[in-house]
Design a protein around this ligand. Sequence first.
Ligand code: ATP
Ligand code: MG
Length: 218
Amino acid sequence: MTLPGPVGIMGGTFDPIHYGHLRSAYELLHGLKLAEVRFVPSARPPHRQGPQADGRLRLRMVRAAIAGTPGFVADDRELERAGPSYSVTTLASLREDFPEASLCMIVGMDAFVGIADWFEWQTLFELAHVVVAQRPGFDMPARGQVADLIAARGTDDVEALRVRAFGSIYMQAVTQLEISSTDIRLHIGNGGDGRFLLPDPVCDIIQETKIYARSKTP
Ligand code: ATP
Ligand code: MG
């Protein structure tokens, strides 16, 4: 039997969203035959400094970036919620909206290697699968808690994402684009612009609001 979905969930600060996020999500949408990919900007990321652009502006940039792309959805649930943006809370809320569907939380390898530090991380696997996208400069850990987790839950069988609603880890190669929001913010703060690193409508919003104009090289 095949479950509804799978629904891909891509969380992030998206400060700003760029082609690294978009291309990875696009390849996963089609490569894994996901029903959709939901982009979920986080309001108050627990593991890092607050974002430079506020939640509304980051959501506006996400909406501008994905407008007209079938299968891409902007999801504002973390911005609507009080308290820290824990992935486990977001997935529990998605599970309520999609009680039967396979849910696939998409994370880059840079984020995945730190997963054992996330709030109630073991519960994540009772709510969703985790799909790990390669990211330049980040390899799969060879030993430790995350390596053990991969040994226990890793699968090479993409069908695992369809026949069960949660619980597996699936690694996916994606086109490697060495783009980061941090580099874009600094580049713009130093007088450059982000064109061809992120969609034009997002560049236009950045130019209009001057949101990263003060992001200087430390
Ligand atoms: P920052 O530099 O501010 O940390 P970022 O570019 O890393 O920004 P995030 O919003 O932190 O973007 O990332 C959201 C998600 O997208 C994470 O799971 C991250 O691993 C993934 N991601 C970010 N950039 C890329 C990229 N270039 N290729 C593939 N995945 C990416
Ligand atoms: Mg990051």
